[in-house]
Design a protein around this ligand. Structure first.
Ligand code: E4P
Length: 217
């Protein structure tokens, strides 16, 4: 499973990139607003840090605007992925970018039929929003499972990018359901490494090691 970080915070991206665990980055207009920085500038900086796919989202709702904005964003760096909303215009723009060889991430997916359409349009990634479904008492993970089955039934190459992840458990469940990628907030990525028995084990081993009086170097 690939890991993308879901943030526009370049310091957090750099820190995670240095661990070697990061495969890419996703941003959205809310994350850009939170960064307080210029959109294109921040995307360029992220693309310099991470060589993998970096999703940058269009703001237009109409096809022509999406194409113009997507083309502008694609010029920032070769690893920019154009993020488009799951609307008919967004799907039409997805097909346009597919034909141009530009990668796309179709976002705000909340139903299996939407994911089927995104695959037919030639999306590189489909982003089902798990957390936002869970928020309204619908099992987000069932959506991932359904999309996995549909994509496997027809050998669609669109990658399932589990989004709106809120917890370490979401990551486990998405991996079990066969998501190709998970885009995860920085704090949740760090939590994946934590276990109280690991901490306790380290403490015990360290105590015993100190008692030997030895040094490895
Ligand atoms: C995905 O690409 C989105 O940026 C993101 O996962 C949205 O998550 P949220 O529901 O926490 O805003």
């Amino acid at each position: 499973m690939k890991f993308f970080v879901d943030t526009a915070d370049t310091a957090a991206i750099k820190e995670l990139h240095d661990t070697g665990l990061l495969d890419g980055v996703t941003t959205n207009p809310s994350l850009i607003a939170k960064s307080g920085r210029d959109f294109k500038e921040v995307i360029a900086e992220i693309c310099d840090i991470v060589p993998g796919p970096v999703s940058a989202e269009v703001a237009s709702l109409e096809y022509d605007g999406m194409v113009a904005e997507g083309e502008t964003l694609a010029k920032i760096a070769s690893n920019v992925v154009i993020k488009l909303p799951l609307t008919l215009d967004g799907l039409k723009a997805t097909k346009y970018f597919k034909e141009k060889g530009t990668k796309t991430n179709v976002t705000l997916c909340f139903a299996a039929n939407q994911a089927l359409l995104a695959a037919k349009a030639g999306a590189t990634y489909i982003s089902p929003f798990i957390g936002r479904l869970d928020d309204i008492n619908i099992d987000g993970m069932e959506l991932i499972e359904s999309i996995r089955t549909i994509y496997d039934n027809y050998q669609f190459e669109t990658q399932i990018l589990a989004a709106s992840i809120r917890s370490a458990n979401h990551v486990t469940q998405a991996a079990l359901a066969g998501a190709d990628v998970a885009t995860i907030p920085p704090d949740v990525i760090k939590k994946l490494a934590l276990h109280p028995l690991t901490d306790k084990g380290i403490e015990g081993f360290l105590k015993d090691w100190k008692a030997t009086g030895q040094s490895i170097l």
